[in-house]
Design a protein around this ligand. Sequence first.
Ligand code: NAD
Length: 409
Amino acid sequence: MVNPFESAQRQLHLAAKGGDFSNELIDRLSRAEREITVTIPLTMDDGSTRFFEGYRVQHSGLRGPYKGGIRFHPEADLDEVRALALWMTMKTAVADIAMGGGKGGVVVDPDILSSGELERLSRGFVRALYRNLGPEVDVPAPDVNTTPEIMSWMSDEYAKLTGDTSGASFTGKPVDQGGSEGRGAATGQGGYYVFEALKEKLNLPRSVSVAVQGMGNVGGNAARTFVSHGHKVVAMSDSKDAIYNEDGLDPEAVEKYKAEHRSLKGFPDVQMFTNAELLELSVDVLIPAALENQLTEENAERVQAKMVLELANGPTTPEADEILRKRGIKVVPDILANAGGVVVSTLEWEQNKKNEHWSEEVVLERLKETLIPQANVIYKNAEESGVTMRIVAFRLALKRLANALEKVV
Ligand code: NAD
């Protein structure tokens, strides 16, 4: 099993190698500024108490308050959260927003909890950590298995404990509870803007075929966005199955079916595949939108897509990166491709601090203005220097972090 934190550190060191960065900067970024492990006691519906382990890793505050999601997952662990936090530092710097990088996790399978238990666990996470959170300190957001509702419970708990009712300490809240227009779809939407910026440069056809792995917040929204712009999503998957139809799927119908049946099995007029097979389909664009370590040295030789748009964090291992590079497959790295989520989260934070509510049009325009120039610069530099877009994106982030470091030392 590939350790995601080792992968993230290797990416950092690979990027640092050819650039003019101080050892101090790279040493700082190889580790987190603060790591907190907590035990969250949870009163179950039957009156018993169970204990869950939670983490918050505050990787770098060089450019602003720590920012990053909280993941609820049975296999969450400290190294995964460390990796995700490091990537957040790089991502906020790539997007050039005044935030740092952090991430959180709770080791739990939320499917086994009742709604009441889930709420108490979410509030418990905040009770355990609120002294280390806050609008100018650390601003969490949703990630895998955490929803706008969970963010509203967390935000409410934070307000009860601290008296700060601004809502600016958690983003990704429901729109009627201080959330931003456009936040739900932001990661998929941002990924789409990046794709559009690069599409012609990569000689992709006007209408592309797409395979999307994972159909949660990110994958589901990405699939709908691609279809709404006239592209064909031929494959989608959940954690168990993938479905394929070469004429294209209707993502809304797939999501509705999944919600009703809690499975993709039995969906009409499709071929059933495994998640592993989905990654090897002959499509123009492959979108991993689930978990880390999906493209590895085991399967990278068999990937047939022309572009890999990384909407998940860390879906490609460094070994797979090298194989895909040699094969001429363009990987649009997570720290650029999925930055839409944190960009709109930061706009939500700004709205909460100013007590304003902006229209979806304003939010999406700012998202577009933020991401497209970065995508263009990263692509151009990668072409000129003959290295991957991931390395260029890391170097761009490192330059901005080096400027921030100069100001504090
Ligand atoms: P989610 O919980 O809404 O959805 C996760 C999806 O992945 C579900 O469809 C689930 O069935 C599927 N899945 C789980 N395990 C799988 C497996 N082993 N194989 C295939 N599919 C599997 O989570 P999300 O918010 O959509 O996050 C997905 C990815 O996007 C993660 O890597 C996350 O870190 C990243 N991301 C999320 C955001 C955000 O704003 N939510 C922003 C940037 C990046």
